[in-house]
Design a protein around this ligand. Structure first.
Ligand code: NAD
Length: 256
């Protein structure tokens, strides 16, 4: 059995990715997230698919909790083969009003936590000559939208980090790739619909059609299963030569 650690896996995209890994029955899964029912979610997926799972509620704002998450995973399963840095938050505001604490939280959770976790699992991956690091960036890792300064900075940052560790990992069969989704209907996006409506002074329906899916050529939210399947492929032995990429899964948004 391989072991996958997925941050922010008790909601949205992370949970969807966890389910795709669970279906293969080839992975132990380390769940993480702030949802208060995280332990139950991990247990119920373990039971449903007959695999071993654990939950660790590390708050990724804090390095010491992040290191404890990594150590717990390694102490429980002996290694982390696949690290998926997925947890992320959003805040939408014109830059002049952007609260300092929101900027700092977004950079910590969306970017710095990936650095701390990568560092913590790197030695084991190197020793075993296998590692897969998959960072859930965003279409906003490749292009910007107004009112999302911290988010866009964090996602561009994680694309740069991905490329760097891809180079460092290559001699050890450690790959690093970023997945750059367009809009996926998760709690994070539900909240953005409201925030964007406020920022632009328009209705929720108008945010969906005129702001969100407006930029995608395919006028559909991205299914979490698509992201889970891609992550599974990137985690596989077949994907050894795919590294340092930022793969758009964005309905053609970045083609324009
Ligand atoms: P979500 O809100 O449904 O899930 C986010 C997860 O991260 C939750 O489990 C939450 O508890 C966890 N989290 C947040 N802050 C945390 C902290 N301090 N410590 C530990 N865990 C924390 O959001 P989602 O839409 O599933 O987003 C997942 C990732 O995908 C994010 O990085 C997001 O930027 C990215 N993304 C989302 C979309 C989209 O349209 N939903 C598009 C592109 C990229």
């Amino acid at each position: 059995m391989k072991t996958v650690l997925i941050t922010g896996s008790t909601s949205g995209i992370g949970l969807g990715i966890a389910r795709e890994f669970a279906k293969t029955k080839q992975y132990n899964i380390v769940f993480n997230g702030l949802e208060t029912n995280g332990k139950e979610i991990a247990e119920s997926i373990g039971k449903e698919f007959g695999i071993s799972t654990i939950f660790h509620g590390a708050n990724l704002m804090y390095p010491e909790q992040i290191y404890d998450l990594a150590n717990t995973a390694i102490n429980t399963y002996g290694k982390v083969d696949v690290l998926i840095n997925n947890a992320g938050i959003q805040y939408v505001s014109p830059v002049e009003d952007f609260p300092d604490e929101k900027w700092n939280a977004i950079i910590s959770i969306n970017l710095s936590s990936a650095f701390y976790l990568t560092k913590a699992v790197w030695k084991k991956m190197k020793e075993q000559r296998f590692g897969r690091i998959i960072n859930i960036a965003s279409a906003h890792g490749l292009v910007a939208s107004e009112f999302k300064s911290a988010y866009v900075a964090s996602k561009h940052g994680i694309v740069g980090f991905t490329k760097t560790i891809a180079l460092e990992g290559a001699p050890f069969n450690i790959t690093a790739n970023a997945i750059c989704p367009g809009y996926v209907k998760t709690p994070l996006v539900e909240k953005q619909i409201d925030d964007q409506a406020k920022a632009h002074g328009i209705s929720r329906e108008e945010v969906i059609s005129k702001v969100m899916l407006y930029k995608q050529a395919v006028k559909e939210f991205i299914p979490v299963e698509t992201l889970g399947q891609l992550a599974l492929f990137l985690a596989s032995e077949s994907a050894t030569t795919i590294t340092g990429t930022a793969i758009p899964v964005d309905g053609g948004w970045n083609a324009q």
